[in-house]
Ligand binder design. Sequence first.
Ligand code: SAM
Length: 285
Amino acid sequence: MVLTGHPHRLSGGAVGSVMKAAPSGAAFFAQKVKSRIVASMESPSTSLEFFDDDYWLSHEDYLTSEQADFDVAEILSLLNGASGRLLDAPCGSGRLAARLSLLGFDVDGVDLDPRALKLARSQQRGLSQKVHYFERDLRALLELGPYDVILSWFNSFGYFSSEDNVELLRSFSSLLKSNGQLLINTLDLHVVQQVLSEGALSEELTVRGRTIGSTAHLEGSRLITTRVSTGLSEALEKVSSVELFTAKHWIELLQGLGFSDVSVTKRSQPSLGDPVAEITVQATR
Ligand SMILES: C[S@@+](CC[C@H](N)C(=O)[O-])C[C@H]1O[C@@H](n2cnc3c(N)ncnc32)[C@H](O)[C@@H]1O
């Protein structure tokens, strides 16, 4: 079974095509590398440093305009006619924010990465309808809003400690207008457990002279992805840790936080592998 970067993207950050126990990946990780650990298991969070050049490079084949169009179509269909103010958090390079703005939403985009925001801003030069971009940590959103829609797309939730992840959901709730909608695109812990039941996954990808190897495994409910890049003056190791929930847990959690109409839908995209790990969680404030 191929767990491609598109369907499963087991890290929300895992790179390209992830294949079970790819021998080249094993060899890759066996080699002695001088590594720089950016995040470690002692700090159960995903540091911004994980989203470096290698991250974006390794997602180039996924983050196409066709994929963004597909994502926006799914978002619109779930929103079922909703309009007004929308928060894209985090927005990355604004691939969804820009499209949703052109479709009439009044969009704020938040991301902590100044380079992603610079790209996002540069891409809307000359447009009359602009996204308002904010360089901001997801844990510091409180003076924004209120919003009709809040979007957390492309496995962008779960980067922090469990307490801070729940706190982020609370802040989403307080930023939403009454009847506002929350949409979170993430991975189903249950499916990821099934997929990883035989052990860690590994992959290796060569892009523009860089070899990027990645392994993913679960530690409890956290998906840990280790990425090692070579082809630079020294090998670089980065680790992400993303908290995942089962569909049942999402429903209980969001209901407990006062949301209603909580639903969890599996993504349906022809290229998705089997089983499909990607889910979209939707809830009303
Ligand atoms: C997987 S990307 C997804 C971006 C966007 N949602 C999309 O669909 O293209 C995750 C983004 O989270 C941002 N990020 C990571 N940690 C963050 C934090 N603490 N606060 C704000 N943004 C953060 C990264 O800079 C990166 O752009």
